[in-house]
Design a protein. Structure first.
Length: 223
């Protein structure tokens, strides 16, 4: 597995790179946003995970993340930041990041996050997803049913996006958890089921696409 680190703290970037190499990962790092974005645009297929700091010179991590997602680059992104407020976390996730780690952090926790991200399927999404009467635009984070905009929370949007990449397929609970939540998520929690039920209730067209429960297994998006 090859990882790109974009971090302006030279000492931290060097430490992370050496630690990852010792763990058997290939790792490169860059220390400014413009160079980092350019590397990802040109060589994103060479990297399995991007570790991206928010506060970068020349171009910040939120802008880079948003730009990569708008151009269809879906490499998993672990965002690093010293910001610890809920709004900051939401901003990072809304820009397209897959996970969020607040500085200072332990190297063991970083490794756990990397392992969790590496288990998620790597999918390059089309600019627009269409399944039955549903249309979803990943870059604008808008979803429609019969041309009517759906009012979704961020979690509901990501659930629908995941289901729409696998229409008609039965997706088990662990696959959903691995895709949407980090390693701290309790698999026995009913939180996931509540979000899916809320999403199902917002798909109001009785004759259109809907999410079916497959008893003892998981869920399926029926076109």
């Amino acid at each position: 597995m090859r990882i790109l680190i974009i971090e302006d703290n030279q000492k931290l970037a060097d430490s992370l790179t050496r630690g990852l190499l010792q763990e058997g990962y290939a790792a490169d790092y860059l220390t400014n946003g413009e160079d980092g974005e350019r590397r990802m645009l040109m060589s994103h297929r060479d990297y399995d995970i991007l570790i991206l700091d928010i506060n970068l010179p020349r171009k910040n991590g939120l802008e880079i993340c948003r730009s990569l997602r708008e151009q269809g680059i879906m490499t998993p992104i672990l965002m690093l930041t010293s910001r610890d407020t809920t709004n900051d976390k939401i901003a990072g996730l809304d820009s397209g990041a897959d996970d969020y780690l607040v500085k200072p952090f332990s190297f063991d926790e970083l490794l756990s996050r990397i392992r969790a991200l590496s288990r998620r399927p790597r999918v390059t999404l089309a600019p627009t997803l269409e399944v039955g009467d549903l249309t979803l635009n990943p870059s604008t984070q808008e979803a429609f049913q019969d041309s009517k905009k759906l009012n979704l929370t961020l979690t509901e949007f990501r659930l629908l996006e995941f289901f729409m990449t696998k229409p008609g397929q039965v997706i088990n609970r662990q696959q959903i958890i691995d895709h949407l939540w980090d390693f701290q998520f309790n698999p026995l929690s009913r939180v996931m089921d509540v979000h899916i039920n809320n999403l199902r209730n917002k798909l109001k067209n009785k004759h259109g696409a809907t999410i079916e429960t497959i008893r003892s297994i998981g869920y399926r998006l029926r076109p």
